[in-house]
Write a protein that binds this ligand. Structure first.
Ligand code: BGC
Length: 850
């Protein structure tokens, strides 16, 4: 493993081109040799021996995660496994912090170390392709897959993705950057059409993919489920072929996401090389006639096979076993990186009166309360849901860090969703006589037709499929189903109630009616896996109807539909208040887990049901209440942020999250994470607010705010966020001085070296992340007020000073000019701004671009 060099002079190069030049051309991370080189001759020799049938078999996956072998030519079966922060399948593996957590470290060297360990974990399992990293841009807190991605800024995402990929690939494993492209939400992901203008694509949504190709030389790219500008990503030749393969020079393979091909001929001629998990569309049956009548060329098929062979040759798979039994499956080296990554990821947002770090010698009792206290929530749900061998929860981490002299009390504070659903009693009749809820199921998407079956359930707490499963096909189980629950709910007393619906990974939608009024609507757009609404109910029977549909037929029992109704006053368990009042300090462990945030559905901006009340009650019982938030992005803090002295974003921090948090809370480690996103006060404040959901009756989501995403949009609109992009506190303080901006000698186009001193002016050691933003003066096109163009993570002992140097190149000043189809820096003045976040400028200088 490579250690970061212990230098006093920190040099950061912000350019794509410079990074490309700096990492050389050899080995698994180097540029592919061109035509005529030995490797290409080898590929041609193999290609020449393959029959057309064999070629067509190679471009459709098999057994869910493999590319077929060709034993007579010694072509091995190529195995794929999910990342992005642990080798998910099959079995257990080290769970590193999620993508958003890694981005929050602002530490490219750490990303590379994590990549190396992921590569080793893959080799220990014989995996050829790691299906990672995910680099889609954060637009809204609701996207269920935000936790997998690297935040809202393209430069930060690229700067984390590139070393991550190089790390993975240094181990002889191909990374697979995903999901290309426009996958910025999870509702209705097979049908959503992201309508994105060219500048936004080039400036915001593409740079991390571009850097993965041109700088990290990634081996594979995975397309996304959605459409972009009217065409499914898996067959979008304008981008897959013209942009990625031709303009960026990508020589690896483009694979589909699992069951995201919708047209075999379209995909084959739209730049897709391999359909996964099987050749349901790109197969002999579809493609042989298409080749015969010229709709698909034989040369296009050869190109796909060449790409598979090229990656196989490049990573050594044709010459050695991929399984490396010298690497332990439970990898202690990886565990150490997971702990370091979790420590560097957590962001201290608030620390009034320096409540933190806790002085454990002065504490007798600490209470850890909340649904995220125990068990650990290392990752969100879905394909990124790696199962660690073990995971340290917040409770366990605190007990470990505080030591035996401190008593740590634990309360969940809120019942689970399943418990609430089971406590919500219905009767099938309006008179309240017969317990139960009637269920009708249908073989249609809209409850039409004769019910397939009717039954009475005790509660609305159902798992598994609605209707009997049809046999699985190559694309999984397709088909439509829907269900309706009807029952009468009689509150024990009149007053405020919360009704929630938990529709977990059903890929469909639900809506709830109370007394014939639609109270919760996730039907046309399934906005969240878990939704809640406040209702005032009288103590009479109320007719409750829940209707849900599923577009696919998930065979797994790990899909739920639940509905619960809870009196507002009974949400928080009274023991939680009592325990909070007894303790010297309370840690309120809030947020989402793998039943409320993850793939194949969005989440709410609001915290899951009851958590807002819980934190307010804890804060009322104990002024020393520290909030920790587990999530893939921002949450609604408006109801409690002013009532608590300390708040920490822990993200999904991986298997070592609890341990890292414990160490940080007691000051055994210092906070150094910075926000890779902006946290808004209200969802309405987010610049993407009006361009996140499709217009009623359509599946089109026009990204109308273009390049003004995240802090670019907040600043353009003059909206103050709750916490700005780049922000994070430390137990020490830093000062910046002596800014010098020097033109880079001999550079083509504008290029500068920006140098300044960073001093630790506090009493503890700490890591800082000074950030460089460029603010254009007058411009011929609309531009964000400023944009991140460089940063550095610097470790400083108390009183220590280091000089940081950040390089800027032409791209640092440029926008994508749609007329000339190239990057362009307008002549004029640009400000160079240095600060600890996007909201604070400490040093500034001006350069004039000619
Ligand atoms: C996800 C991909 C994942 C694949 C294989 C899909 O549902 O979108 O990110 O790699 O499954 O598990």
């Amino acid at each position: 493993m490579r250690k970061p060099p212990a230098v006093l002079h920190v040099v950061v190069v912000a350019t794509f081109a410079a990074c490309l030049a700096s990492h050389g051309n050899s080995g698994a991370t180097g540029r592919q040799s061109g035509a005529g080189k030995p490797v290409e001759r080898r590929i041609e020799a193999i290609l020449g021996q393959l029959t057309l049938d064999e070629k067509l078999d190679l471009i459709g996956g098999v057994d869910a995660f493999y590319i077929r072998p060709v034993p007579r030519l010694n072509l091995p079966r190529l195995k794929m496994a999910d990342g992005p922060f642990g080798v998910r399948n099959p079995g257990q593996a080290t769970a590193y912090g999620a993508g958003i957590a890694l981005a929050a470290s602002w530490n490219p060297a750490l990303a590379e170390r994590m990549g190396v360990e992921l590569g080793r974990d893959a080799r220990a399992r014989g995996v050829h392709f790691l299906l990672a990293p995910g680099v889609n841009i954060y637009r809204a807190p609701m996207n269920g897959r935000n936790f997998e991605y690297f935040g809202e800024d393209p430069l930060l995402a690229a700067r984390i993705a590139v070393p991550y990929i190089k790390g993975v690939q240094s181990q002889g494993v191909s990374a697979t950057v995903k999901h290309f492209f426009g996958n910025n939400s999870e509702f209705d992901r097979h049908h959503t059409d992201a309508v994105i203008d060219e500048r936004a694509l080039r400036e915001i949504y593409f740079p991390a993919f571009e850097a993965a190709v041109t700088d990290a030389h990634v081996g594979a790219i995975m397309t996304s489920y959605n459409l972009v500008n009217g065409v499914h990503a898996s067959q979008n030749g304008k981008y897959n072929t013209d942009l990625v393969k031709k303009e960026w020079g990508f020589d690896g393979l483009i694979i589909s996401d699992w069951a995201s091909v919708y047209d075999g001929v379209g995909a084959a001629s739209g730049g897709l090389d391999v359909e996964m998990p099987s050749g349901a569309y790109m197969n002999r049956q579809t493609l042989l006639p298409a080749i015969k009548d010229g709709r698909v060329s034989a040369a296009a098929i050869d190109d796909k096979v060449r790409r598979i062979l090229r990656v196989a040759a490049r990573f050594g798979w044709l010459d050695r076993e991929q399984l490396d039994l010298s690497i332990p499956a439970l990898n202690p080296q990886g565990g150490a990186v997971a702990l370091e990554a979790a420590r560097q990821a957590m962001v201290l947002l608030k620390n009034d009166g320096r409540l933190l770090p806790l002085d454990k010698r002065a504490l007798k009792t600490v209470a850890v309360i909340g649904p995220l206290a125990y068990p650990a929530a290392p990752v969100g749900a879905g394909s990124a849901g790696v199962q660690p061998y073990r995971a340290v929860s917040t409770l366990e981490g605190l007990v470990e860090a505080l030591g035996p002299a401190v008593t740590v009390l634990h309360q969940r504070g809120l019942p689970s969703l399943s418990e609430w659903a089971d406590r919500t009693n219905f009767t099938t009749d309006a008179g309240g006589a017969t317990p139960g809820v009637s269920v009708e199921t249908f073989n249609s998407l809209d409850l039409s037709g004769v019910p397939l079956a009717t039954r009475v359930d005790a509660h609305i707490n159902a798992t598994g499929p609605f209707v009997p499963l049809p046999p699985a096909t190559g694309t999984g189980r397709t088909g439509a189903s829907s269900a309706r629950w009807t029952g009468f709910f009689t509150p024990a007393a009149g007053g405020s109630h919360r009704l929630f619906v938990h529709d977990y990974r059903g890929e469909g939608g639900c809506r709830a009616f109370v007394d014939a009024s639609l109270v919760l609507d996730n039907w046309d757009v399934s906005k969240a896996m878990l939704s809640q609404v406040s209702l005032t109910l009288t103590p009479q029977p109320h007719k409750v109807v829940l209707e849900c549909f599923r577009r696919r037929m998930p065979g797994s029992t790990a899909v739920y539909v639940r509905l619960g109704i809870v009196p507002e006053g009974a949400l928080v368990e009274p023991e939680a208040r009592a325990v909070a009042a007894r303790a010297d300090v309370v840690v309120a462990a809030l947020g989402f887990d793998n039943q409320t945030e993850g793939e194949s559905g969005d989440r709410t901006f609001a915290l899951p049901i009851g958590q807002d009340l819980l934190v307010r009650e804890l804060a009322a019982a104990n002024r020393r209440t520290i909030v920790t938030v587990t999530s893939g992005g921002g949450v609604d803090m408006a109801g409690w942020i002013d009532r608590v002295p300390a708040v920490i974003m822990t993200w999904f921090a991986g298997e070592q999250g609890g341990r890292a948090l414990g160490q940080l809370l007691v000051g055994d480690a210092n906070f150094s994470g910075r926000l890779p996103i902006t946290i808004e006060r209200t969802w309405q404040d987010n610049p993407n607010h009006d361009s996140y959901y499709p217009a009623k009756g359509t599946t089109r989501v026009p990204y109308t705010n273009g390049i003004f995403v995240g802090y670019r949009g907040f600043e353009q609109n003059g909206t103050q966020p709750l916490f700005p992009f780049g922000f994070g506190l430390s137990y020490t303080e830093f000062a910046y001085s002596n800014l010098a901006v020097t033109p880079t000698a001999g550079a083509k186009g504008p290029a500068y070296e920006v140098a300044f001193d960073v001093k630790n002016i506090g009493l503890r050691a700490g890591d800082d992340v000074p950030q460089l933003y460029v603010a254009p003066g007058k411009s011929s096109v609309p531009r964000p007020p400023k944009e991140l163009k460089g940063f550095s993570k610097v470790s400083l002992g108390p009183g220590e000073t280091k000089r940081v140097t950040i390089g800027l190149d032409a791209r640092s000043f440029s926008y994508w000019d749609v007329t000339s189809q190239q990057w362009k820096a307008d002549a004029g003045d640009y400000e160079i701004l240095i600060g600890p976040s996007s909201a604070t400028t400490t040093l500034r200088s001006r350069v004039t671009v000619k």
